[in-house]
Ligand binder design. Structure first.
Ligand SMILES: [Zn+2]
Length: 150
């Protein structure tokens, strides 16, 4: 089912848009009117489940319409977007930043994928492996680190 739900929360000069569900060609991305008094736009993607190529196209066009005076912050980017980091090129207009993200870890023993949250800071170091929460074996990082953190 193609369904996207966007919750808006406004705190003073910051607007947070919380996305749930999937983004595709039929998704209604929120209109960005009445942004004059805002300084910050936070895009919380924790509950985004998928985005197809048409959805990515729509998203890139949408993000281009964000008024230039707004600081764009991507919060809690899901693992599926992190693992296709290259799509982020169009995602990140100049000045936008990824504040936090999830990194997928794959467990060869039980095939479980575990998403671990990280803050995006200069000090952030991604673990190469974690203990699988399902079977306690070692789960390996499932992205190419150098593609992500320089
Ligand atoms: Zn496991």
């Amino acid at each position: 089912m193609a369904l996207l739900i966007v919750n808006e929360e406004r705190h003073d000069k910051s607007l947070t848009l919380e996305f749930s569900g999937r983004v595709d060609e039929s998704s209604a991305l929120p209109s960005l009117t009445q942004c004059e008094s805002l300084v910050e736009l936070v895009l919380d993607l924790k509950n985004l489940t998928s985005m197809n190529s048409m959805g990515i196209k729509a998203w890139v066009l949408w993000i281009k319409q964000v008024p230039k005076h707004l600081r764009i912050i991507y919060r809690r980017c899901p693992a599926f977007l992190v693992s296709q980091m290259k799509v982020f090129l169009g995602f990140l207009p100049p000045g936008a930043r990824i504040e936090s993200f999830y990194v997928p870890y794959f467990c060869p023993a039980c095939k479980a994928i575990t998403a671990i949250p990280y803050d995006n800071t200069p000090q952030t170091a991604l673990e190469d492996s974690i203990t699988c929460p399902k079977c306690q074996q070692a789960a390996e990082i499932d992205i190419i680190k150098s593609d992500f953190l320089p």
